[in-house]
Write a protein that binds this ligand. Structure first.
Ligand SMILES: [Zn+2]
Length: 516
């Protein structure tokens, strides 16, 4: 090891920053930014006298080079490099150096910041601090998504990072249905995971653990502290970082044999087909209906299978859309529900962490069954679990003859709710006088906070799917929620199940309060 400049390298001796800087000189560049991390004399209340660094050099160099390449691509910078020390360092020594040459200062600063943040986070390097009182300790272990994390644990007395074992699939290969042949199938398979959140985390964990050869990760969000109760793969210290990159680092730490491809963007009509094209199977782990319907339509256009999961409070559902014309799609089941509002997302509705954990785990299981060719979740069925009562249901999902999405190249995404679904009344008394039976689709908490001002049935969204058969087709139901959004989607759903006289109160209860 020496300080010759690669994109990312280690040095076991002091860094010559002037020489490093000269190697990044580029006359086309107007900006140069450098960062130096120094050994300081204290950490978390301990007085530090010196440090030692150890690294899995080969792995670390690969990951470091990947980070520098990502920075160059992301910020369009000309040249960048990072050198990290290993071995023994004294106070004031430079532990890590980053340099970036770019056309302008802004790119240089931002790429420099990106590189040091990612290196701190992703590159497997251990730091041992020596304290004034003679003690020493390995630190920063829990923040690194590092291979071997479990082996070296967080003990404060070990001397050497252990050698990393190879991934071992023996426990799943022992299954007759897997065996060497199945393992080879998994290694040759590729899966695109849309969403690296509550569903995506267990999905990625199990697919990476199983040795699925290539995983694409689509997520445009950054981690927030409120995500962590259900996205327990991440760390509090990760907040503010892009989830797709965090998830990819975790996958690599769990199983370096898995290739990851990250897409830090939101899936939209402009990129969806291109993104799904390179994969065998797509898993919808998104929390919004516009993404789900977009993926549904892409599945029908391209024949790419998409396995959907949705969670609402304590319940959720799974559906496989195979993309073939004879099988049911999401729009066969939810013909007009193109808008969000049919169910809330976690931010609006609230959720206990294990609920998406259960459904993400089921999704991972179904994906492995699909890839291994095992009998799995059939198309034309929907699996619904209520985790309060622990009851499961398999419902038939019928291929609807008039489903807009099964047409050739029509743009089903533009479908919207027909006006006739909604109706306006000045008061609920007027609606009852016109022959309607009121159904309150709000949840219990909302209903308690603001009771309905007229007699009504209570059928919250979470119960709608399963309770529909108890409603009577000839009764004129008027569905009511706070704003008219959920009730509109609910009326849609009930109509698709044969309750053609269902309508939704336009504007909901809020509309009744507002002056006309
Ligand atoms: Zn359909």
């Amino acid at each position: 090891m020496n300080s010759t400049l690669g994109a990312f390298s280690f040095s076991d001796g002091p860094l010559d920053t002037a020489a490093l800087q000269r190697q990044l000189r580029d006359d086309s560049c107007g900006g140069f930014a450098a960062f130096e991390g120094w050994v300081r004399n204290h950490n978390e209340g301990h007085a530090v006298t010196r440090l030692e660094y150890e690294a899995f050099v080969e792995l670390a160099e690969k990951e470091g080079a990947r980070i520098v390449a990502e920075a160059c691509e992301r910020y369009g910078v000309a040249r960048a490099a990072c050198v990290h020390r290993v071995g023994s360092l004294g106070l004031g020594d430079i532990a890590v150096w980053v340099g970036v040459s770019a056309a302008h200062r802004d790119e240089a600063f931002r790429a420099c910041r990106f590189i040091i943040d990612e290196v701190k986070h992703r590159v497997p390097i251990w730091k041992k601090e020596h304290y004034v009182n003679g003690d020493s300790g390995w630190v920063n272990c829990e923040r690194c998504a590092m291979p071997g994390e479990h082996e070296h644990g967080h003990s404060h007395d070990h001397q050497h990072a252990p050698a990393m074992p190879a991934p071992d699939y023996s426990r799943q290969m022992a299954l007759r249905e897997v065996g060497p042949g199945g393992q080879a199938r998994l290694r040759g398979a590729s899966v695109l995971v849309v969403g690296a959140g509550g569903l995506g985390v267990p999905v990625l964990q199990y697919l990476a653990g199983a040795g699925v050869g290539r995983l694409g990760i689509v997520d445009g969000d950054r981690l927030e502290a409120s995500n962590l109760h259900r996205q327990t793969w991440y760390a509090l210290a990760d907040c503010g970082r892009e989830k797709a990159l965090l998830a990819a680092a975790r996958v690599r730490a769990l199983n370096p044999e898995v290739r990851t491809e990250t897409h830090t963007l939101r899936l939209d009509a402009g990129n969806a087909e291109r993104l799904v094209a390179g994969y065998d199977l797509v898993l919808d782990c998104s929390d919004n209906f516009s993404t789900k319907f977009l993926l549904n339509d892409v599945a029908l256009r391209t024949g790419k299978p998409v396995l959907f999961a949705s969670v609402y409070q304590y319940e959720g559902q799974l559906q496989l859309v195979t993309g073939d014309d004879a099988s049911a799609c999401l729009r066969c089941v939810w013909p007009q529900a193109t808008r969000d509002g049919l169910v809330g997302n976690c931010a609006e509705a609230g959720v206990l962490g294990p609920v998406p954990g259960v459904f993400g785990s089921l999704q991972a299981l179904e994906a492995l069954k699909y890839l291994l060719g095992l009998p799995g979740l059939a198309a034309n069925e929907m699996l619904i679990f209520d985790l309060v009562t622990l009851s499961a249901q398999r419902l038939r999902a019928r291929r609807a003859a008039d489903c807009a999405a099964h047409g050739a190249c029509n743009n089903a995404a533009t479908a919207s709710a027909p006006e006739s679904l909604e109706i306006h009344f000045a008061s609920l008394a007027e609606a009852i006088a016109a022959g309607h039976t009121l159904i309150d689709v709000r949840d219990t908490r909302e209903r308690d906070a603001e009771p309905m001002p007229a007699p009504s049935l209570h059928l919250p969204m979470s119960k709608l799917l399963t309770a529909a058969p108890t409603l009577e087709p000839e009764v004129r139901y008027l569905l009511v929620c706070a704003s008219g959004r959920r009730s509109g989607a609910a009326a849609d759903l009930l109509r698709s199940q044969g309750l053609g006289a269902c309508r939704s109160l336009r504007g909901g209860l809020n509309g009744l309060k507002a002056p006309a």
